[in-house]
Ligand binder design. Sequence first.
Ligand SMILES: Cc1cc2nc3c(=O)[nH]c(=O)nc-3n(C[C@H](O)[C@H](O)[C@H](O)COP(=O)(O)OP(=O)(O)OC[C@H]3O[C@@H](n4cnc5c(N)ncnc54)[C@H](O)[C@@H]3O)c2cc1C
Length: 490
Amino acid sequence: MIASSKLNKFVQEIQAFLKPEQVLNTDIDRYLYETDATSLFKNQAALILIPRTSQEVARIITIINKYPELNFVARGAGTGLSGGAIGDANSIIISIAKLSKLIAFDAANQMALIETGLVNETLSQLVKQTGLHFSPDPSSQAACTIGGNIAENAGGIHCYKHGVSADQILGLEVVLPSGEIIHLGQINQQACEDFDLGQEIKQIHSAKRSAIDFTRLFVGSEGTFGIATKALVRLQKIPESFLTMQVAFASAIEAAELVSAIIKAGFKPTALEMIDKGALEAVSKTFDLGIPGESNAVLLIELDGDNDEILLEAKAIKQLIKTQFKPLLYKETQDPTERQFLWKVRKGTVAAFGQIAPFWYLYDAVVPRSKIPEATAKIEAIALKYNLKLASVLHAADGNLHPNFLYDPEKDPGVVERIHKASHEIMHLCIELGGVLSGEHGIGVEKRDYMPFLFSDADMETMLKVRRVFDPKMISNPNKIFPIRVCKEC
Ligand SMILES: Cc1cc2nc3c(=O)[nH]c(=O)nc-3n(C[C@H](O)[C@H](O)[C@H](O)COP(=O)(O)OP(=O)(O)OC[C@H]3O[C@@H](n4cnc5c(N)ncnc54)[C@H](O)[C@@H]3O)c2cc1C
């Protein structure tokens, strides 16, 4: 741990160019930044800094390099769910939250140059009047930053059709762990300095590019390659029309089978979200949703695009449901208010969990879509074995499962340990079924010890070699992604 005299010296160097309100150095500050949205993982950093420009980020990191004990951790909004934005006693948390400008916006070429602390939903609001939006829509989109989306390759409810964050990032300005500022993909220094809001982004007219492009390599690197300070993002047209269907079933297996049938038949819904009986129980305590009491699963199917096309597709999906399934309820709507109501069963779940227990642990797992019925049944059995209250939501089109454990450690002192054991079994199960470690929340500290479930030592050593190219001293978000056994210098 860094000696307090050395840390004080570091603070003095930082105070030469940061204002007092940009340096958070009290115990309360450290407490406020000790977790992300997963309260199961906690650790306090030495200091929290809030730079306002890329140059300030670069200067901070250059000074950190003079102190061999220190490392740094980028932080966006702290909504991450794998413990990625947490530091340790030698960490300087570098919050990007105040780098939040929309720098330039080019409606003709459907792109925007932003600072990465910009909140996901704010970008869409700022460009809405031109009929465009930033399509990745994590459920946390009202709070999470685009920098956090880039670091975690965030997905969302409508990503099955429109793509995840990696598909929308065209270029990046990055402050490397050396303190150097570099540009990846379709932006360069001039692009970052010259643009004004509303000006066409002249250098970049094509989505094609032939030179080596490391943008996609950076996306999903969880803050271990440096800090993204600016991004050139692709914007997509807001779909002309939506059609939402809500289908309730007596069994989760039947709902999962409908998911497979829809994809197998070649339909391309924009969202296919499933809610299990635990989540349904929670949300029904809060809202009267008109869903039959004997339902054990609800599927939301949403189509978007050209109105005539989606009406045709909806008719065909309805026919599929009618001929091959026995739902307890079928509703469809194109009315915006009714659409919001149908979505409440999914979007109201997290808030409703508070009706059941004061804490909730959201797990992120993935299986091949065809294995959803088996995975769902086995996860229920694991929850039963460990006497845990389970409530699951699924981005079913991607096979992305989110089992949530609702718990109260005061009333049930051993519950956290049981949750860890159950999570361990769920991860083994998903890998056995052909899945992967994480769909969208990343590895962070949460899943780093699971990396060997999927990757050999040689696989991980290759990842580390790439990481060392960006970060030879391993000072950018250390202790994340790799098991300590594999990354001794992490
Ligand atoms: C209720 C709820 C619902 C959620 N729903 C979804 C969902 O549907 N889909 C989904 O994908 N995720 C979801 N998440 C998880 C989370 O919101 C996303 O991972 C999001 O992208 C994190 O953004 P953030 O700004 O909060 O990042 P943080 O939590 O602050 O950081 C996350 C990671 O990114 C790194 N990082 C942050 N900014 C930068 C930067 N500028 N440069 C380099 N590294 C950086 C951090 O070091 C850390 O490792 C949800 C979370 C909650 C609480």
